[in-house]
Design a protein around this ligand. Structure first.
Ligand code: NAI
Length: 334
């Protein structure tokens, strides 16, 4: 199958070529993001392969369909950027990678949490300047603290296990409580209690109409004053402007982000020689108690290998059955 691979970086190419070594797919690597202006580059392909900031909306899907594309292979677990109803209407199948390495994302979440708590980002800069003063670097013991986990799917459970290993009390909120989480000692509570009790709140739910801006001004006001918020799920689960106001007032003690509402215009590119046009993002960068990474929580060799393998397994399955192995259907929105 000829597959146009959008948003390709050198690492995508490396792992996809390795996974394709025993297969017969023709991979056409494109650096461009998939959107209405780049869709024509998929001409001649039966499938396109897309990443998290590619646009898979109704317009792009109908243009793809007109070109003869019948399959979109997402190199991600999340599918909030896909118009599933349009895909179903147009007869374009959507495949995703439901699980590649929950450990990668959970471990990165822990890295953000530890960096913020022990101020590693500031200590690193100080020591390089010959400044060994400790003022301003005070942290707290994680042991005995309460960590709130919003969403106990694969990543949330993995993160909960890490936090339990630190000796934390782990509370969780999820419309579908998981037996494994209960068995490891996680206690499920309602959202207001999760917000009120957590010293650290970590978000691991998908972005859906129900979770968009779930952490807004009202939710932030219910949190413990000075608590830490970490988001490695999707940017729009938090209302960034409300979070900035909470950081300014001190209601929010610190913030770790791997995702950002408007990350599509920023992340996965080297913009170091340019001014940042997004004033909200630029404001976030000014806080000493904010640490941001550019959607890199998934970025381990283990995860990239698994993403490439599953992506091509989806293509193999589609070639033999007409459906990807891990299909995303419109029912998933319900
Ligand atoms: P999953 O599907 O295994 O788990 C999601 C959990 O969230 C489910 O248990 C679900 O019941 C729960 N949930 C849904 N609505 C909720 C709500 N309103 N409140 C609380 N919980 C709710 O997904 P997985 O693999 O754990 O991934 C979670 C999210 O992490 C993905 O949807 C994706 O957005 C994000 N992600 C981020 C990555 C990164 O590199 N930063 C990489 C991979 C995933």
């Amino acid at each position: 199958m000829r597959i146009a691979v959008y948003s390709t970086r050198a690492y995508d190419r490396r792992f996809l070529e390795e996974a394709n070594s025993h297969r017969r797919h023709e991979l056409v690597f494109l650096e461009a993001r998939l959107d209405a202006s780049t869709v024509a580059a998929a001409a001649g392909a039966q499938a396109v392969c897309a990443f998290v900031n590619d646009q898979v909306d109704a317009d792009v899907l109908s243009r793809l369909q007109a070109l003869g594309v019948r399959l979109v292979l997402l190199r991600s677990a999340g599918f909030n950027h896909v118009d599933l109803e349009a895909a179903a209407r147009l007869g374009v199948a959507i495949g995703r990678v439901p699980e590649y390495s929950p450990y990668a994302v959970a471990e990165h979440t822990a890295a953000l949490l530890l960096t913020l708590n022990r101020q590693i980002h500031r200590a690193w800069a100080r020591v390089r300047e010959g400044n060994f003063a400790l003022e301003g670097l005070l942290g707290f013991d994680l042991h005995g603290r309460t960590v709130g986990v919003l969403g106990t799917g694969k990543i949330g459970r993995c993160f909960a296990r890490i936090m339990l290993g630190f000796g934390c009390r782990v509370l969780a909120c999820d419309p579908q409580p998981h037996a494994e989480a209960l068995a490891m000692g996680v206690q499920y509570v309602a959202l207001p209690e999760l917000l009120a009790e957590s010293d650290v709140l970590s978000l691991h739910c998908p972005l859906t109409p129900q979770t968009r801006h779930l952490i807004d001004a009202a939710a932030l006001a219910q949190m413990k004053r000075g608590a830490m918020l970490v988001n490695t799920s999707r940017g729009a689960v938090i209302d960034t402007r409300a979070v900035i106001a909470a950081l300014k007032s001190g209601q929010l003690g610190s913030l770790g982000l791997d995702v950002y509402e408007e990350e599509g215009d920023l992340f996965f590119r080297d913009l170091s020689a340019m001014a940042i046009a997004d004033d909200v993002f630029a404001r976030l960068l000014t806080f000493p108690n904010v640490v941001i990474t550019g959607h890199q929580a998934f970025f381990t060799s283990d995860a990239l290998c698994a993403i490439a393998q599953t992506t091509l397994a989806n293509a193999d399955h589609f070639a033999s059955t007409g459906q990807p192995l891990h299909a995303v259907s419109v029912e998933r929105l319900a």
